[in-house]
Design a protein around this ligand. Structure first.
Ligand SMILES: Cc1ncc(COP(=O)(O)O)c(C=O)c1O
Length: 388
């Protein structure tokens, strides 16, 4: 059987390798503290689950959905944008439902990238922007995210010939894996650059609701005129603890939304209607459950940050996401440090190099485990004595 050359472009999915390593250790009886994949351990709020139960019972839910999504869901997305960001979104033309935002982020690339086209991709980043580009025959041009720039790309360094060939710019704030945030002035710069160079701006807003210390992340559409050039992806996965349900949305520029829906209608047939109905409830009901989640994550963040700082790690306390992007000691690489943590302390983290070459020198902790386990991890780290 001869597989496509396309398949050779794909490195092994980061988390598959990590899960294999974890399984090996667990089999040997090691009590692994898992800071690996960013999958919330908290329960889906009960009013959302209740709505799903009801929606499953409804005859209406059984039929094919439209790829663009049910009007109830698209209207709920529009209301959520109005309430959350004071942004007007037309549910008829400016929203598309997604089977999780990963699905939408990969499919939007098929709608815009031809063979040899360039996409502007942050490094480090969520792997889908890069892999999606390669699968479409495009070429990612990497924008380094460095601590000295607060993990924002320096747009002024992109060469003009690259800008001419670029079709898309990906940004993701609050950011996975660095936990960095951006203010509106950065979003304004991105809109300006994309407008001047006829580039589709893709804002990945998966973590907009997971923020601390009173910080409220912005939508790209808070920048006037952003809809001329931008599409934004949000996901209910982390906001409402429904990663397995697979539901998200693409919002913004009509042409981009419609192009995405065209690709989707030829590949999938939309998200299960019952899930869309429950998601509409999640977006329009009280958002107190989100605040309650954040309180829990904020406490966990404080314990891990204080613990790591007391051991000598030096980095900024993240204001958002449930990730901590921790510099490895100088003598270690990302991979060697992650391996040391796993083998000597039974602590699973993700080597930063898996997110791109500028992720080298960091490991990522996801605080998706209870406070007690985080404290236990700090104790184990104290015991193995880390020198910097
Ligand atoms: C930055 C970012 N974008 C998008 C996603 C995809 O989320 P989902 O497909 O569950 O909506 C993730 C998931 O981890 C992510 O970290």
């Amino acid at each position: 059987m001869k597989k496509s050359k396309r398949l050779d472009l794909i490195p092994p999915y980061l988390f598959v390798k990590i899960e294999e390593k974890k399984e090996e250790l667990v089999k040997k009886g090691v009590d692994v503290i898992d800071f690996g994949i960013g999958d919330p351990d908290l329960k889906t709020p009960s009013h959302i689950v209740k709505k799903l139960h009801q929606a499953i019972d409804s005859k209406e839910s059984a039929n094919y959905p439209t790829s663009k999504g049910e009007l109830v869901f698209r209207s709920a997305v529009s209301k959520w944008y109005k309430n959350r960001f004071n942004v007007e979104i037309d549910p008829a033309a400016e929203v598309c439902s997604l089977i999780g935002s990963k699905e939408g982020l990969s499919h939007i690339i098929l709608a815009f990238v031809d063979q040899g086209d360039i996409t502007l991709v942050p490094d480090p980043a969520y792997p889908v922007y890069k892999i999606g580009t390669l699968l479409a025959g495009g070429q990612p041009y990497f924008l380094p995210l460095k601590p000295e720039n607060k993990f924002l790309p320096d747009l002024s360094l992109i060469p003009s010939d690259v800008l001419k060939k670029a079709k898309m710019l990906f940004i993701n704030y609050p950011n996975n894996p660095t936990g960095a945030v951006a203010d509106k002035s950065f979003f304004e710069k991105c809109v300006k650059l994309c407008r001047e160079n006829d580039i589709l701006l893709v804002s990945d807003l998966a973590y907009s609701e997971m923020a601390y210390d009173g910080f409220r992340p912005s939508s790209i559409f808070e920048v006037p005129g952003a809809k001329d050039v931008a599409i934004e992806f949000h996901s209910l996965s982390k906001t409402f603890n429904v990663t397995g349900w697979r539901i998200g949305m693409a919002v913004g520029n009509k042409e981009a939304v419609s192009a995405l829906a065209t690709i989707k209608s030829n590949i999938d047939s939309g998200a299960y209607k019952a899930i869309q109905f429950a998601a509409a409830e999640a977006l329009t009901a009280s958002q107190n459950c989100v605040a309650e989640n954040n309180k829990i994550f904020e406490e966990r963040r404080n314990i891990l940050y204080d613990g790591l700082s007391s051991l000598g790690f030096k980095f900024e306390k993240p204001k958002a996401t449930f990730y901590m992007w921790v510099p490895a000691p100088k003598a270690e690489t990302s991979a060697s440090f992650a391996e040391k943590l796993l083998e000597q302390a039974g602590i699973l983290t993700v080597p930063g190099s898996g997110y791109g070459s500028f992720g080298e020198g960091f490991v990522r902790f996801a605080i998706t485990i209870p406070k007690k386990r985080i404290s236990e991890a700090i104790k184990r780290l104290t015991d193995i004595k880390i020198s910097f």
